[in-house]
Design a protein around this ligand. Sequence first.
Ligand code: HEC
Ligand code: HEC
Length: 289
Amino acid sequence: MATRQKPGGVKHRHKLWFGVVGASALVLAGVAAGFVILLSGGFSTAATTQHFWITHRLLDIGLSVSVNAAASHIKVPALTDPTMIAQGMACYRMHCIDCHGAPGEAPAAAGRGMLPVPAPLSQATRDWSTAALYYITKKGVRMTGMPAWEFRMSEHSLWSTVALLAAMPQLSISQFDDLKARSQSSTCPVNTVSPQTPYPDRGEMLLRQYACHSCHRIEGVTGPKTYAGPELNRWSERKYIAGVLPNTRQNLTQWIHNPQSVNPLTMMPNLAVPESHAEEIARYLLAPR
Ligand code: HEC
Ligand code: HEC
């Protein structure tokens, strides 16, 4: 019995083998074709072209599945407190309105020229749970231009903004404008708490979130080939900071927190890095590599 079955088994295995090789070849051909199109210059990166309908749909589905999975464990606090909604308005006015607009108010020029275009958020509660709105606001959406606010807004500011988004569908234009006018003197408190991520990832994440790698090349951090600022590779071996201060953790924290306090003429901008975050970044840069 066993000897008669064997040839059939081998044939079957052959078929499977051909199937796997065929499928892999197809995938490889697809990837190669993608590269050829990308490198031929035929693929437009202009923001004035539009995505294929199917690309847009697939990205939307991907976003929704990913966000809902990540948001499923988030506990939502009570969001109906009017002072919280008023606080949310201060944050919305400062950080969101330029891209997303508001009831009766168009987005600013930059927000109108983006691809994908940021949608009005007055109906966002129809598409997303409040936990999902919190997650998107906190973490951003990669490759769309939606920024992460985790390090620019305190936990309470994030939830306050979500409270406003949740209240928005019930607000008339005049109620919205009234709330907005009353929020003019309020600010949106920033996050000064260090992220829960373990060290050293925490320092690296903060460093990226304050755009340090937009001007400095830093080993282990993917970013543009930039030389606007000096390279920060093997920073622990450096003697001085910007030629002015001895390279200690305390001095480096001070430099990152407020470079102008060390040298008023420096080209490095003040990036509003709170001291707690500056210290994490300093620890990361100073670790021997
Ligand atoms: C620099 C522009 C920009 C700013 C500023 C901005 N967003 Fe966005 N936002 C986007 C883009 C782009 C998208 C993605 C649109 C898409 O994928 O279709 C987006 C998507 C979203 C979404 C998902 C909504 C949807 O239609 O699926 C939410 C919620 C959101 N943003 C909230 C906020 C909040 C809250 C703020 C302020 C704290 C904010 N955004 C600030 C550009 C911005
Ligand atoms: C817009 C560009 C820009 C950004 C963003 C930027 N820097 Fe700088 N940085 C500079 C420039 C320019 C210098 C040189 C300044 C000088 O010597 O006075 C500098 C100097 C430094 C130095 C001293 C370098 C040396 O060779 O002595 C350190 C350390 C540093 N930056 C860290 C950071 C960190 C950390 C961040 C993010 C929080 C950051 N920078 C963001 C432009 C930038």
